[in-house]
Design a protein around this ligand. Structure first.
Ligand SMILES: Cc1cc2nc3c(=O)[nH]c(=O)nc-3n(C[C@H](O)[C@H](O)[C@H](O)COP(=O)(O)OP(=O)(O)OC[C@H]3O[C@@H](n4cnc5c(N)ncnc54)[C@H](O)[C@@H]3O)c2cc1C
Length: 416
């Protein structure tokens, strides 16, 4: 089978690229191992809503058209939104078609699936950045009496045994799961390392509205000092709820969650926590202050000071004078551990040597270090918002220019 471009993955990123390819009349297929929007169907917990507001759900030629622009979609709503988009752009999706290998031979790509081998000039990798939970090696030392779960396995508190829960990791996933489990009546201990604090609402507007308006979400990958680090920054502690609640650590301690430092080791059944909790919280408070400074400067420069409430700062994160440094995991106090310690992509099917030492694809703004290969949907690919739905929109619109340039260069070389 032959086509010009194979797009791998029918999440919003692959579909955004499909729309751009169609606009340029480039023949292509979108190969999807399961169904459109598979990650949202199968890899999210029940109560999850988008943390990006509905008005920010924008894809090339398409945007949220419902009656609640400031609300946050539930998972079934996200699945509908993406499925409707696939129909709207008439994406040539082949469902139930897992790609098992991509290799380069004789100046073209060979894409092997469970059905056919595709030959093509260009490949777009849109297989997602968050498909494999990252669980630290120290998890091997967890006593067998404790049940462990990843966020991909977690669905709701009812699936957990009664008893205490240790949630490891305090980014968006960790704080949301910790809050939900604490509300179910189980005592939650939250192990907190580096984190990014964020209020849902600031000066009467959604924090995402401010971050978009002030240009924070659009900050470009080639303008930040350390892009390797920027790509690893944890997600902001945010959730999308009808109440527009803030999910920072003060909100969690207000619910009764116990904060401890980063999980540093497990020795003879005893969890050991770092003593850096206060430092990590002070750093997060400082960075939140800087973000609000940026927002306030932008608001002043753009004449919003008279229409928005005045600037203010949030109370510092409250941390116990001496938070626990250890916890006996054999005493029965902790029944379950949830590893909210991040996600990784899965490129086990990729037989082109473009992975770095951490298993990430080497690329320059989505242009992969293999001619004619492109990447979409990973953190800070081209801008801070790249891993959000709205980020794939603009990234795809820019990458299609790179892709068509590549095809033009190939065509002119073939002519010469
Ligand atoms: C818990 C969580 C909450 C999030 N909340 C938000 C939010 O509020 N707002 C927001 O904008 N973003 C959010 N994101 C980020 C992001 O939008 C999602 O991760 C999104 O799913 C990424 O879209 P994608 O199209 O790049 O990848 P995916 O949606 O993961 O799509 C990749 C597709 O590729 C397919 N695939 C993978 N491997 C193969 C293969 N070998 N062969 C064929 N097909 C394959 C998969 O089945 C999948 O359908 C969240 C992410 C997570 C993990």
């Amino acid at each position: 089978m032959r086509t010009t471009t194979v797009v791998i993955g029918a999440g919003h990123s692959g579909l955004a690229m499909s729309s751009c390819l169609s606009e340029c009349s480039i023949d292509h297929v979108v190969l999807e191992r399961h169904e459109v929007a598979n990650s949202w169907r199968t890899q999210r917990w029940d109560s999850l809503r988008l943390l990006t507001p509905n008005w920010q759900c924008r894809l090339p030629g398409y945007s949220y058209g419902g009656g609640d622009p400031d609300g946050f979609m539930t998972m079934p709503e996200v699945v509908d939104f993406i499925t409707d988009y696939a129909k709207f752009v008439a994406a040539p999706v082949m469902s139930g078609t897992p790609v098992s290998s991509v290799r380069r031979a004789n100046g073209e790509y060979r894409v092997t699936t469970n059905q056919d081998e595709w030959r093509c000039q260009t490949v777009v990798v849109a297989t997602g950045a968050f498909n494999v939970p990252h669980v630290p090696p120290l998890s091997d030392a967890v006593p067998s009496s404790v049940t462990t779960l990843t966020p991909l396995e977690y669905r709701n508190p009812e699936q957990l045994a009664e008893g205490g829960v240790l949630v490891v990791g305090a980014s968006a996933t960790g704080v949301q799961i910790a809050a939900e489990i604490q509300r179910s009546g189980r005592q939650v201990t939250l192990a907190v390392g580096e984190h990014v604090r964020g209020p849902r609402v600031y000066r009467d507007r959604d924090i995402h509205w401010w971050m978009e308006a002030a240009g924070v979400l659009d900050e470009r990958y080639d303008k930040v000092d350390d892009i390797v680090r920027a790509r690893r920054v944890p997600s902001m502690q945010l959730a999308g709820t009808p109440e527009r609640a803030t999910f920072d650590l003060n909100a969690l301690t207000g619910m009764g969650v116990t904060l401890v430092g980063r999980l540093a080791g497990i020795n003879e059944g005893r969890a050991q926590f770092s003593g850096s909790l206060r430092n990590k919280c002070e750093l997060a408070d400082l960075k939140l202050g800087r973000l609000l400074d940026t927002i306030d400067e932008w608001a002043s420069a753009n004449g919003l000071d008279s229409s928005a409430p005045p600037p203010h700062r949030f109370s510092p994160t409250v941390v116990d004078a001496s938070p626990p440094l250890g916890l006996d995991l054999t005493s029965g106090e902790i029944e379950t551990i949830i590893w909210a310690t991040g996600f990784r992509p899965d490129y086990s099917w990729l037989d082109v040597t473009v992975l770095d030492g951490k298993g990430m694809i080497r690329h320059d703004g989505g242009v992969v270090e293999s001619p004619g290969m492109f990447l979409l949907g990973t953190p800070f690919l081209r801008r801070r918002k790249s891993s959000f739905i709205d980020g794939a929109r603009v990234d795809a619109q820019e990458l299609i220019v790179e892709l068509t340039d590549y095809l033009d260069r190939r065509a002119s070389l073939a002519r010469d």
